[in-house]
Design a protein around this ligand. Structure first.
Ligand code: NAD
Length: 371
């Protein structure tokens, strides 16, 4: 994607509806529509005044408080769902997505897609039955830095990927509390971010174990991937609020790549020879030198907007391209969500200090997400 079309410039726009008029959608999702081929026909929220305000502000002619009425009357080709959590900790968007599928609409939804493997399985079944797809906004795998990282590690000169480390601040509750989805809400909300990155870059996890620290709830997981590579997931609860949240490093063969703070990308390329004890300079030839990218943050350019460098517009465009082409998305798929849910259930049910094969078999008894 190297050229962005403004919404009003598109010759063909998808008739869409939006369920949810909350904080995140106001800041990041509705504004991304400025750059997507959508025609927003209606907004729905349980809070009718907010639904009407959002409709007015973001250009939809109608608003609703009942999503079923919206689906019935508007018959949208696609629905965007950005809602929250039920009292019992379940994800509201899961059931809403099922209703949209049954009404014949494609679905784009915010993470979390669901709270269990079983719910993802149900979405997969109903998506296949309806012939409509469900995509989750896994923004981390749509950032320009992560897109390039995937290209770099897939190129032959990077060599076989050997290991990965992902750092992300997130607290894991005590083991005794993890059966309760309400206690797991923060963890569920966030595991989708590092979990999506791991799955996108490395594929399926086949072995999993972790250590846990009780004061902050921090943890360090040790991972083995089906590819044969190994990795760590450092959930760095206890970090300062001013700290960059994330760091991702992938190591190949004589090459590695680092993404710092989502936007700083450095590729340490193979081939430099710095003989020990005899090399007078670290300034290697250009052909072996590291490559480094970061935004300039001065110009009023699209790439300087968080809507772009955090992946929001790119993820919406991937969905819209899929709808217009009639081909399922390849990123943010239910398969991707399934991989994250398997990790989530492993954290929920495996005690610290043990190492298990994934996927867990049989799946945990509370996989329907009931508290
Ligand atoms: N990817 C990201 O960067 C990111 C960041 C923040 C939040 N999120 C996700 O976005 C979602 C929303 O978060 P938020 O903080 O904006 O929540 P919020 O509580 O501010 O908004 C949710 C809205 O959904 C509405 N809603 C709930 N059930 C509904 C229904 N059946 N019909 C119509 N409207 C309904 C609520 O009334 C509320 O207005 C969450 O899933 C969260 O994980 C993602």
């Amino acid at each position: 994607m190297d050229h962005i079309t403004y919404q009003f410039e598109y010759a063909e726009r998808i008739p869409v509806a939006f369920i949810g008029a909350g904080g995140h959608s106001y800041r990041n999702v509705y504004p991304s529509f400025q750059y997507a081929p959508v025609d927003l026909r209606a907004v729905c929220d349980l809070d009718g005044e907010r639904a009407a305000e959002y409709a007015r502000l973001f250009g939809a002619p109608r608003s609703y408080t009942d999503h079923r009425e919206l689906l019935e009357r508007e018959r949208p080709a696609a629905v965007f769902v950005v809602t929250s959590y039920a009292e019992d900790g379940r994800v509201q968007a899961t059931d809403l997505a099922l209703d949209c599928l049954r009404a014949g609409a494609h679905v784009w939804m915010e993470k979390p897609t669901a709270a269990s493997v079983a719910e993802i399985r149900q979405l997969q079944r109903e998506s296949a039955a309806a012939g409509r797809f469900v995509m989750t906004g896994l923004k981390k795998i749509f950032t320009p830095a992560m897109e390039r990282t995937k290209e770099i590690i897939s190129a032959p000169e990077f060599g076989e990927v050997s290991s990965v480390s992902v750092r992300y601040p997130q607290s894991l509750p005590a083991f005794e509390e993890r059966h309760d989805l309400r206690a797991m809400r923060g963890f569920l909300d966030h595991i989708y971010h590092p979990g999506a990155v791991l799955h996108h870059l490395m594929g399926d996890v086949c072995g999993f174990g972790y250590q846990w620290e009780p004061v902050s709830g921090a943890s360090t997981a040790s991972l083995r991937f089906a590819s044969g590579a190994v990795g760590t997931l450092h959930l760095a609860a206890g970090s300062a609020g001013t700290s960059p949240l994330e760091r991702v490093e992938v190591v190949g063969q004589d090459a590695n790549v680092v993404v710092d703070n989502s936007v700083r990308l450095t590729y340490y390329r193979r081939g430099a020879r710095l003989g020990y004890g005899r090399s007078p300079s670290y300034v290697v030839n250009e052909e072996h030198a590291p490559l480094h990218w970061e935004p300039e943050f001065s110009l009023g350019q699209l790439y300087n907007k968080n809507l772009f460098y955090l992946g929001y517009v790119p993820e919406l465009l991937h969905f819209c391209d899929s709808v217009l082409a009639g081909t399922p998305p390849t990123r943010g798929t239910l398969e991707d969500s399934l991989a994250v849910m398997r990790l989530f259930e492993a954290y929920r049910t495996v005690p610290a200090g043990t190492f298990v094969d994934l996927p867990l078999n049989p799946s945990p008894p509370n996989e329907n997400g009931a508290a």
